[in-house]
Design a protein around this ligand. Structure first.
Ligand code: AMP
Ligand code: ZN
Ligand code: FE
Ligand code: FE
Length: 282
């Protein structure tokens, strides 16, 4: 029998992926995956549709989310798995959505003050119903003819340091871990290289976060070559953490990343999900 494989990191139109949750699950089933975790940025709005479709197709759907965490140098994303999608989880996410909404309003006000009369409705229309952010502001600006391309919109107005930029307030690492754990889930550090830490600093931070309840590290990922993967595997072992894996599939918006495949087209064994499930007993 061929090895059972999984993908523990994929996005839908509920955040910035290009496929609807049901379509993503259909693709995962067609690819022969035994399990799929839907891990949208700061929302679990895609889970219900994904779960329904997973039931029809006989594939295991793992509740997931990818929380944005405050971090100055690079990007800190915290994956949450196997949690109950309960009121406590919704509360935590609602706060994140409110912070994002406030920030979007401030940016649109700045754009208006700069003489670009775009509205929240116009921006929302570019979002396809999912989470709203700067890419949709950029598209709205292009549609209005304010700037020629999305790139130009970022470079002249929307990038950090440009006149319409406003930062989104985020969770502290320990807060994000607590949100996942409070609802019975396992918290996993996503693509750790994006933190842009030296190895010794990464090790020290992982020790801190493990003490705060971190349960795993994303070891396999479409951006982790063999050397990175083995370093991260060692990091997980040193701290007694689960080693997970996922593609970080976004559909057409991130070409070159295939559902169910980590770096170099490697598959992700079901045992990685089992490691996560073992953490639930702690
Ligand atoms: P937001 O979460 O609203 O701040 O938007 C972040 C998203 O904007 C990222 O996920 C990228 O997809 C996109 N983005 C960020 N910087 C740029 C850039 N310089 N050019 C094009 N897209 C960008
Ligand atoms: Zn994304
Ligand atoms: Fe991420
Ligand atoms: Fe992701």
């Amino acid at each position: 029998m061929p090895e059972r494989t999984v993908d523990l990191h994929a996005h839908t139109t509920a955040s910035d992926g290009s496929l609807r949750p049901a379509e993503l699950v259909r693709r995962a089933a067609e690819a022969g995956l035994a399990a799929l975790a839907v891990t949208d940025h700061d929302t679990i709005d895609g889970l219900a549709e994904a779960r329904h479709e997973a039931g029809r197709r006989g594939i295991e759907l793992v509740n997931g989310v990818e929380l944005s965490v405050r971090w100055n140098a690079g990007t800190f994303h915290l994956l949450g798995y196997l949690f109950r999608p309960d009121e406590a989880m919704e509360e935590g996410l609602k706060r994140l959505k409110a912070l994002r909404h406030e920030r979007n309003e401030k940016m649109i006000a700045k754009l208006n003050a700069l003489g670009h009369p775009i509205t929240m409705d116009e921006v929302r229309r570019e979002s396809g119903g999912g989470q709203i952010g700067r890419p949709h502001m950029a598209k709205a600006l292009v549609k209005k003819g304010v700037l020629a391309t999305v790139d130009e919109a970022f470079n002249t107005l929307l990038r950090r340091g440009r006149p319409a930029y406003v930062i989104v307030e985020r969770l502290e690492p320990a807060e994000a871990i607590a949100i996942v754990r409070r609802s019975g889930g396992v918290a996993v550090l996503a693509h750790p290289y994006q933190l842009r830490l030296e190895p010794a600093d990464l090790d020290a931070r992982v020790a801190e976060w493990a003490a705060a309840g971190l349960g795993g590290i994303e070891v396999q990922h479409s951006s982790h070559d063999a050397a990175r993967q083995s370093e991260l595997g060692a990091l997980a072992r040193r701290h007694g953490l689960a080693a997970t894996g996922g593609s970080d599939f976004h559909g057409d918006v991130k070409p070159g990343v295939e559902l169910g495949k980590a770096h170099g087209g490697a598959t992700i064994p079901y045992s990685r999900l089992e490691e996560l499930k073992r953490r639930l007993d702690r």
